[in-house]
Design a protein around this ligand. Structure first.
Ligand code: SF4
Length: 300
């Protein structure tokens, strides 16, 4: 937004020294993401800072697409904080119901609008310090508003940003505020907002929480995480190796009677167990026997 007052959102307590290689790698990654996601932008539709505040509150535990389906109707009715207050809890809840947690969200939005009226003459404040005092507005929401409505750079640490920053080994922290502080040391301040959009786009398109598509990833070359993924075939192989043992259950069943008798004798717990179920003590004893056999084979 032109003519907006630029105030830094840098978190105090910066790391004294950041390895140069890490900084260079972070900037290389950001350049690659810039090429991969040239149109990255705030996914929430809004026309005013107040719209963005409301949309961001609604986006908690909800997709941006769903929020964007709800907000046109809402924003058409509510342009000022007074409009939301006039709508009241029931009216607001009815409109935002499909975004989930609608009662809590309505409560926050109404309390936020009241605070904006009481303390800021109906205008959303433009500093992190003031924004985080508005109900429903945590540091993440404040960074979204500052970066996208007021042109003040901010790093938004949502679930995508936190996960990817850890996979890229930019940080080991889980606390979003600490993640933000560490990222601030790696990325130039003027790029914070766009860096956030690019990383969030990457998290949605490629670097999925459960199944990251590392083989298609534009920053794979600079990401240490695939080494962990590459270890997976070993794990898979170990899993597959277990399957034949499982399929040879039929053979094992032939001797089940004998084993049951022996485990029952070996463990008092086994005697009280339900028929057909092995007690944990029995399982342990079986594992120990197998391990013993393996050791014998190895030493032979
Ligand atoms: S290489 Fe894999 S883990 Fe690393 S950023 Fe790309 S998708 Fe994510």
């Amino acid at each position: 937004m032109s003519g907006s007052r630029r105030t830094t959102t840098r978190i105090p307590g910066d790391r004294p020294e950041v390895p140069r290689e890490l900084v260079l790698r972070a900037r290389r990654i950001d350049r690659s993401l810039q090429k991969a996601y040239p149109d990255a932008h705030c996914a929430l539709d809004f026309q005013s800072p107040l719209d963005l505040y409301v949309a961001t509150v609604l986006s908690a535990q909800c997709t941006d697409e769903r929020v964007n389906m709800v907000t046109p109707h809402l924003f058409a009715r509510c342009r000022r904080p007074e409009d939301y207050l006039a709508l009241g809890p029931a009216g607001l809840e009815e409109i935002i119901r499909s975004t989930g947690f609608f009662r809590a969200k309505a409560r926050n939005i109404l309390a936020g609008c009241q605070a904006i009226l009481d303390r800021h003459d109906g205008e959303l404040p433009r500093t992190m310090e003031e924004l985080v005092k508005i109900p429903g507005c945590g540091r993440k929401t404040a960074n979204v508003i500052l970066g996208n409505a007021f042109g003040t750079p901010g790093i938004t640490v949502d679930t995508h940003m936190g996960r990817i920053a850890r996979r890229l080994e930019f940080t080991a922290e889980k606390d979003p505020v600490k993640v933000e502080a560490e990222l601030q040391q790696l990325i130039p301040e003027q790029d914070w907002t766009m860096f956030s959009h690019r990383v969030i786009s990457h998290g949605r398109a490629i670097c999925d929480a459960r199944k990251p598509l590392c083989s298609e990833c534009p920053i794979r070359r600079d990401c240490p995480y695939p080494d962990t993924i590459d270890a997976l075939p070993v794990a898979k192989a170990a899993k597959t190796a277990k399957t034949p043992k499982a399929s040879s259950r039929a053979n094992a069943q032939a001797s089940t009677k004998t084993k049951k008798t022996s485990t029952a004798k070996a463990s008092p717990t086994a005697r009280t167990s339900k028929p057909g179920k092995r007690s944990s003590a029995a399982k342990t004893s079986k594992k120990a026997t197998k391990a013993g056999k393996r050791t014998k084979k190895a030493s032979a």
